[in-house]
Design a protein around this ligand. Structure first.
Ligand SMILES: N[C@@H](CCC(=O)N[C@@H](CS)C(=O)NCC(=O)O)C(=O)O
Length: 379
């Protein structure tokens, strides 16, 4: 373990103690630490470095080297969120966030199956990253300032733009037009260690509604309490509510999601431990490659044709031919060919896991279709 990782681990333990003292288990209300060992501002998702061997932050080797030497990517994921991260009947991890782990393994190792998954609750996820027990986190995690700073993460580009909503029972008089004011006197439940806890407290206070907020570590327990009637409402990312409504609602129409306009911004995406620019660039550019592939119309079915007859220079470079840019990042030249052929492009991943839940592209459409999904050029 290099010195930066050690500092980060100690800082996270201090944060966990502080959170326990506060009795909330949340990560947002902790005190600043000196853990930040950033690489100079490349974690803005905007790609301010040139990808040309930005190894200045490395002192004891990059996680990129560790993953290559190990031959397996350790990825921290969710197992309770169908569509994003869960296990299928055969016990295999599947979902949108799972495919992001698979894409990074394909880019770095040439094998999307070379992933060892760790199922983590929200409260466990940041310690797992700081301790080095996982190489990357891909678990419906919101990019926030305190997670960048106090918790020393580096976020990859946002892969799903979300917002927090509330779900309650139609039988209690709630409908899709309900507002936060209608929660007056309600017991509202969510899981600990999330952005959700603070958002709902601030948002209900702002409209003068008095609620009782109850948190549990595991979202399964949150839902069980909701089903048992101990919670009048549950709140989390809108996508999480839609996911669990699709699997847990007793009968169609029993549960309603409101308010119509989400109460927060929840940009979700993968994260890595701060201070390892080479590794965070590898994860970042894997996400960008998924997006550029969709922009360019490259998918898992036509990628061989695209490589044989690239329609333009960007496709040629992205797939590892011509003046490719992957080698200068410590990746194989064909890293993104492997990603697209084995996992597909961003739109394929979205359609495979999220479209079946009824989640429309909306904000998560490509920028060229009026959405927010954008990547810098592969040049
Ligand atoms: N995006 C929010 C919330 C993430 C979160 O943990 N959401 C819940 C509800 S969708 C969840 O994934 N629960 C699964 C679990 O607790 O295992 C954050 O990063 O704090």
């Amino acid at each position: 373990m290099n010195i930066k990782k050690l500092i980060a681990v100690l800082a996270v333990f201090a944060l966990i103690l502080a959170a326990c003292d506060a009795g909330g288990g949340g990560d947002e209300e902790t005190t600043p630490t000196t853990a930040a060992t950033d690489d100079g501002g490349t974690d803005d998702g905007g790609g301010t470095d040139d990808g040309g061997g930005d190894t200045g932050a490395q002192t004891g080797g990059s996680v990129l080297d560790e993953v290559i030497a190990r031959g397996t990517l350790n990825c921290g994921v969710n197992e309770t969120l169908p569509g994003f991260g869960s296990k299928d009947e055969a016990g295999v991890f599947v979902g949108f966030d799972i495919d992001l782990c698979r894409a990074v393994a394909a880019a770095v190792l040439g094998d999307s199956e070379a992933v060892s998954y760790s199922a983590l609750t929200a409260a466990q996820r940041f310690e797992a990253l700081a301790s080095g027990s996982i190489d990357m986190l891909s678990r419906n995690t919101t990019w926030t300032q305190s997670r960048d700073g106090e918790l020393a993460l580096t976020f990859a580009p946002t892969t799903y733009y979300d917002g927090q909503q509330v779900m309650a029972r139609a039988a209690d008089g709630f409908d899709s037009g309900s507002t936060l004011s209608d929660l007056e006197g309600a017991v509202v439940c969510t899981n600990a260690g999330t952005t959700t806890e603070k958002n709902i407290t601030e948002a209900t206070q702002a409209v003068g509604a008095s609620i009782t907020l109850t948190t549990f570590e595991d979202f399964n327990i949150v839902l069980q309490n909701f089903k048992d009637g101990a919670c009048d409402a549950v709140t989390t990312d809108g996508s999480g509510l839609i996911s669990r409504k699709s699997t847990d609602e007793p009968a169609a129409g029993d549960w309603v999601i409101f308010p119509a306009v989400p109460i927060s911004k929840e940009p979700l995406g993968p994260g890595t431990a701060q201070g390892d620019a080479l590794w965070s660039d590898a994860v970042r550019w894997t996400v960008f490659a998924l997006i550029i592939a969709e922009e360019q119309g490259i998918n898992s079915a036509n990628v061989d044709d695209m490589l044989a007859n690239p329609p333009n220079g960007e496709v040629e470079r992205l797939l590892g031919a011509g003046d490719e840019k992957q080698s200068a990042m410590g990746l194989p030249a064909d890293a993104f060919y492997n990603v697209i052929s084995q996992v597909g492009n961003y739109g394929e991943i979205y359609d495979r896991h999220l479209t079946p839940l009824g989640l429309e592209r909306g904000l998560n459409a490509l920028w060229s279709d009026g959405g927010l999904i954008f990547a810098p050029p592969a040049r």
